[in-house]
Design a protein around this ligand. Structure first.
Ligand SMILES: Cc1ncc(COP(=O)(O)O)c(C=O)c1O
Length: 401
């Protein structure tokens, strides 16, 4: 008998970013010289103090079940980090650690969203948000942002999108996939709107440290309205800032009721995150500022190179991107044309042709709700970055009507 998969699970597509990264890796394993712009992880080595902390945890045989909400050491380190970064006193009892911020967000959506509830997201959005919402029975309501405005999320558009069934807004700045960093006054205004209108706000600040040039990250925790304590949740992790994607440590700080609900949810799904990883994460948050700054400075250089190079390709529109490690050019001029002999109708076709014919992996914008674009991750060294962009330029130069 064929197993019958639940309707809930069947309705969820696999993560397109992970699928593409896996395909690029497989082609590389076959000996193809693929340049991979699809990855969502820093290419740097994890800072040494964090690696040593993990090693020490192993040497000390710290291999038993860790506390469900995270070790006191790590929760204290998170509270101290928030104080340092955003000048906010944080009660470590209101911090919960999970297996990556992906699980943190998944838990939050599960404990906040009932079937039929609406969740607001700026579109383009990170691929996993709509899947999380739909697994909770919720309805994603995208708020369109425009490439011509560098994907700014207007507070007025947020206010207009709120309806009687709106439960939650997920905010993400610096943003995946666009690299947009929201102006501080917009973040403050959006927080105020959510507080006034009774909408819970989850702020995914995974990339808060990766901002470049004159851009400044504004955290929701910097908003001084005391009501923030009642309905705003801050989410972050160590994956991107400290090149620790494989350690799987993310966390949330928020109202006690929400953190307690996440704790109950997590206690029946995964239990606490790996103790060895928690040791490494605590070290990262306290001992690795210099390493983080060094990696950020390299990302800043790559960001500049990526924007300059893509802007030199005819007919591409390249919105400003000042954070995370993504640029999100508009390739739609080339849709309806033949590239390497193949008709390109949209971002999925273009991504396939670039991978098969030009050996460059980029994620189709359709995965993020923006078919005109491809997401380019510049988490690779400058030489590779330049070579990859040259390959794309050559492929596009041969486009025929
Ligand atoms: C916007 C955003 N949020 C959250 C995450 C989750 O990160 P992790 O689960 O590695 O902590 C990612 C990772 O790609 C991301 O891009």
């Amino acid at each position: 008998m064929k197993p019958k998969i639940s309707g809930r699970a069947s309705s969820i597509p696999p993560s397109e970013t992970l699928a593409l990264a896996a395909r690029a890796k497989a082609l590389r394993a076959e000996g193809r010289n693929v340049i991979d712009f699809s990855v969502g992880e820093p290419d740097f080595v994890t800072p040494l103090p964090a690696l040593r902390a993990a090693q020490t945890a192993i040497d000390k045989r710290e291999t038993k079940y860790p506390p469900n909400n995270g070790t006191p050491e790590l929760r204290n380190a998170i509270a101290r980090r928030i104080k340092l970064d955003f000048d906010r006193e944080v009660d470590p009892a209101r911090v919960i650690v999970s297996n990556g911020a992906k699980q943190t967000l998944f838990n939050l959506v599960q404990v906040l969203v009932d079937p039929g509830d609406e969740v607001l997201l700026a579109a383009p959005y990170w691929v996993s948000y709509p899947a999380m919402v739909s697994l909770a029975g919720g309805i994603t309501k995208p708020i369109e942002t425009r490439a011509s405005e560098d994907f700014r999320l207007h507070p007025a558009d947020v206010a207009n999108a709120i309806g009687p069934r709106t439960k939650l807004l997920i905010l993400n700045s610096p943003q995946n996939p666009t690299g947009a960093v929201y102006p501080p006054e917009d973040v403050d205004a959006i927080v105020e709107i959510c507080l006034e209108r009774g909408v819970t706000l989850v702020s995914d600040e995974m990339y808060s440290f990766l901002v470049f040039g004159d851009a400044k990250h504004r955290s929701v925790l910097e908003t001084r309205d005391p009501r923030v304590d009642e309905s705003v949740v801050f989410v972050s992790g160590v994956s991107k800032t400290y090149a620790m994607t494989g350690f799987r440590i993310g966390y949330a700080y928020g109202p006690k009721e929400i953190v307690d609900a996440c704790s109950r949810f997590q206690s029946h799904s995964t239990s606490g995150a790996a103790g060895i990883s928690q040791r490494a994460a605590a070290s990262a948050l306290t001992e690795c500022d210099d390493d983080a700054a060094r990696m950020r400075d390299q990302f800043a250089v790559r960001c500049k190179v990526a924007k300059e190079r893509f802007r030199s390709i005819p007919h591409l529109k390249v919105p400003e991107a000042k954070g995370a490690f993504y640029v999100f050019p508009d390739f739609s001029h080339y849709y309806g044309k033949k590239i390497e002999g193949e008709l390109v109708k949209g971002s999925a076709d273009l991504s396939r042709v670039l991978l098969d014919k030009a050996n460059v992996a980029c994620v189709p914008g359709a995965a993020f709700g923006a078919d005109a674009h491809l997401r380019i991750s510049y988490a690779l060294d400058v030489k590779e970055l330049e070579e990859g962009i040259s390959r794309i330029a050559r492929a596009l130069a041969g486009a025929k009507p």
